[in-house]
Design a protein around this ligand. Structure first.
Ligand code: GDP
Length: 211
């Protein structure tokens, strides 16, 4: 699949009950704290500003929003933590929303965990990462809004984030949706995930969007 494939992405559907989602051929999901820059990132990856607004419409901020890259190939936008439910119910949110979705999706190829590069790692990010590792679900970390950090502090911030997750700095995607930094690299990874991962290899169709 070529990177350009993401540029044809359109909104498919929203669903509040993960059990009712139809099957895909392959999907990747984006998850993170509310306000982490998830919508902006999906916009930047697909080069489509309209997609971001979709997830912000009333009634959709708490839903699983599905964007279709190509028929049955999906980008899945999960509700931000701390937003899907009231804080006192946050602990129940894992098994129901994120947990329910992740454990129910056999074609889930990658979970991209978004973390605000300036705010850094939170306890929910760590618990999600551990939980995914335990289930052997592939996941990657994406530091967002890196343009908010001065050039002189970038390397240090990335290293601190990596250390607190038991990773190397290079293991973390480091992006700015606003300035376009790191978008190309992440886009290539998303395409790679949709093509391989734990799912059967994509049969390339002649005359498809990538030519
Ligand atoms: P979501 O709630 O996770 O979908 O986050 P949004 O994409 O709506 O972004 C939340 C806020 O962060 C908005 O005010 C965005 O303009 C801002 N934001 C998102 N991405 C970036 C970025 O790359 N750089 C900067 N400086 N701000 C960003």
């Amino acid at each position: 699949m070529s990177q350009n494939l993401l540029l044809n992405t359109h909104y498919l559907m929203s669903e509040t009950d993960q059990k009712r989602l139809p099957e895909s051929l392959a999907e990747v999901t984006f998850v993170g704290r509310s306000n982490v820059g998830k919508s902006s990132l999906i916009c930047a990856l697909t080069d489509n500003n309209k997609l971001a607004r979709v997830s912000k419409l009333p009634g959709r901020t708490r839903a699983i929003n599905i964007f279709e890259v190509r028929k049955n190939y999906w980008l899945v936008d999960l509700p931000g933590y701390g937003y899907a439910v009231a804080p006192e119910k946050e602990r129940e949110y894992w098994p129901t929303m994120i947990g329910g979705y992740i454990t129910l999706r056999p074609k889930l190829a990658m979970v991209y965990i978004l973390i605000d590069a300036d705010l850094g790692v939170g306890p929910q990010d760590i618990s999600l990462l551990h939980w995914l590792h335990g289930l052997k679900v592939p996941c990657l970390i994406v530091g967002t809004k890196v343009d908010r950090i001065g050039r002189d502090r970038q390397r240090e911030k990335r290293k601190i984030m990596a250390n607190s997750l038991g990773l190397e700095a290079e293991d973390i995607f480091w992006v700015s949706a606003k300035k376009g930094y790191g978008i190309k690299e992440l886009r290539a990874d998303v395409v790679e995930s949709l093509s391989t991962g734990r799912i059967p290899p994509l049969v390339v169709q002649r005359g498809g969007p990538e030519g």
